[in-house]
Each structure stands twice: as C-alpha cells, then as structure tokens.
Design a protein around this ligand. Structure first.
Ligand code: NCD
Length: 320
C-alpha cells in the first residue's frame, strides 16, 4: 500500500502509485456497496464534518454516505444557517469546528486555495470537495475509476475534455490525473472558454468538436459554469449546443466504443443531448455517481490510516 498524503487537497500532490493504491482500494468498495449489508468499521469512532459553502448534490451526499458506510459519525454543517451568515471567516469557522476534535473535514469553497489554507490551521485530515476553479480531486479519481473499469486500463487513451475548460476545477483535476497516467488529452471548446496559458498544458487544443473527437476513447463533457462567468462568453445557449453540444452525430467521430462522461449537474440541450445522456450503451454518467461513493470511501479510509499512524507515533513520543 502506497499512500503518503496527510490531506487530499488536489491531484497535483499525488504520485501515480498513490493514485493506483486509491483506485485499487476503491474497487473493493464498489463490491461492498453492491451488497445488502454495506457497513465496515474503518472509520469507527471517528468524526467526519462536511462543510459545503457552495451548492452540491452528488459530492456532498456521496461523502456523507461514504462516511456512514465506513462507520464514522458524520455531521453536515448547514452553512446557510451558520455564523458564516453573521460574518464569521472561514478560518474562524474551521477553528471552532477543530476544537470539537473532528478527524476528517470535507470542504467545498468558492475560492481557489481556500481548502489548502484551512488545512494549515486544523489538526485533522482535510479533503478538498472543490475549491473555486482550482481542483476537485475526488471527481477526477472517480472519473479515473470509471474509465479504468470500462476501458480496462488508464494509460494510452485518447481523452477529449469538452466545453467550459476555463472555469472548471473538474477539467483541471482530470488534466493533471490523466496526464500523470500518460494519456493523450484533447481540450475542445470555444477560445473564450479556454484558460490562459492553455498552450503550455501539453494537450492538443481544438475549437471544432468533430475534429477534436476523431478517434477519442473517452468523451468528457462539462457544464457551462455560469456562476463563474462575468461577461458574455458564448453567443447563446442554442448556438453553443449547435457548435459544442454533444449529440449522436458529433459522437460518431469518436471511436465506436467511446464512452460519454459528465460530472453533473447536467444541462440537457446545452452541453449534451438528453437522449444521448440517457443512452446506457454510451453514457456512463450514472456509473460515475456510483464510483463516487467508492472513491470517497477509499480516500477517507487511506487518510484515516495515516492519521492514526501519525497520532500513534506522536503518542509514543517519536519525533515526526
Ligand atoms: C462539479 C463541480 O461542482 O465542480 N460538480 C460535481 O461535483 N459533480 C461540476 C459542475 O458544477 O459543473
């Protein structure tokens, strides 16, 4: 088992062997999650707090289910009803919760870098559930697990990431992970939705869907992140769908067995055709959600092991 990390802040800090360790463990949690009795005691007696400063359906619920299946006591902080609304800063909120001795803190925040800052102030393991447009590591890991199970490998694949790359933490974490595993990555989208400096990412860049999808093994669609846009990035949603929305006709340019992915939430008729999203022969969108629970169980299990070992060494008086 190789997993050295103390926190899960981003894919950037993980080595390929750590990614493999996590995915292997997640595979065993997929099996467990398909049984009637899903409980283990990997986190028994430990406390997990979820702090979501941004809206979430899949990520928050799957972190909660993951913690409960591992036997942790899980608390969801209701941010909209908390003292954050009275002006308390993120760090003060975190220090308050830290005083209650949580073991795992799961944080989503609208500012890039906020979760890493918080991790410096607390003495538990911190998991980044998405920080601004920076990283969303568990999303990239669940995408990787879905790809590995469907394609039988996680190397030498041609992966097309399409749409609003500029505002997407999902795209960033996936780029980092798929790059570390030696895949060929294509970014497809209008030039207005490409991040600055994209030429240095080592990917192929396309603004035409059909050309970019040619021969792709995996097609990953992204939502238009309107909440992060401060101007007119696209002419209209109708025009956007016509040029960049994934439908059967554009998908025909990818490999015949190419899989279609989307992290959710999906805007049908904007970035993806609704019928294609529901086509169980092509779309693995529901499978991504299933893998999400298993990957979050694996991540929390591995971090909890490291935390227990670290505390054990500290109690024995060993210098760390
Ligand atoms: C993504 C996110 O929040 O970054 N959603 C998710 O976690 N599955 C993508 C998005 O909001 O479009």
């Amino acid at each position: 088992m190789t997993f050295r990390a103390r926190h899960l802040l981003g894919i950037e800090q993980l080595q390929p062997d750590e990614i493999r360790t996590l995915l292997d463990l997640a595979d065993s949690y997929v099996d467990l999650n398909r049984r009637t009795i899903k409980r283990t005691d990997a986190l028994a007696g430990m406390t997990q707090i979820n702090m979501f400063f941004e809206a979430s359906t899949r990520t928050q619920s799957s972190f909660e289910i993951a913690g409960k299946r591992l036997g942790a006591d899980v608390m969801n902080m209701a941010v909209s009803q908390s003292s954050v609304k009275k002006g308390e800063t993120l760090i003060d909120t975190a220090l308050t919760l830290n005083a209650m001795h949580p073991d795992l803190l799961v944080v989503r925040h609208q500012n890039s870098g906020a979760v890493a800052l918080l991790a410096e102030k607390v003495n538990c393991a911190v998991l980044n559930a998405g920080d601004g447009r920076h990283e969303h590591p568990t999303q990239a890991l669940l995408d990787a697990l879905t790809i590995r199970r469907r394609k039988g490998r996680l190397q030498r694949l041609t992966v097309a990431i399409c749409g609003d790359i500029a505002h997407s933490r999902v795209a960033r974490s996936n780029l980092l992970l798929l790059g570390k595993m030696e895949n060929r990555i294509r970014l497809i989208g209008p030039p207005t939705l490409m991040p600055a400096g994209v030429g240095e990412f080592g990917c192929e860049i396309y603004d035409d869907m059909k050309a970019g999808l040619e021969g792709a093994d995996v097609v990953m669609m992204l939502r238009l992140q309107k909440e992060r846009m401060d101007g007119g990035f696209i002419p209209s949603e109708r025009e956007y769908f016509y040029r960049y929305g994934l439908d059967a006709e554009k998908l025909a340019h990818a490999k015949p067995d190419a899989i279609v992915m989307h992290p959710g939430p999906m805007n049908r008729g904007v970035e993806i055709d609704g019928t294609l999203a529901d086509d169980i022969n092509r779309s693995v969108i529901q499978e991504q959600v299933e893998m999400g629970v298993a990957v979050r169980m694996a991540a929390m299990d591995l971090l909890a092991r490291n935390l227990k070992a670290e505390r054990g060494r500290a109690a024995a008086g060993v210098m760390v």
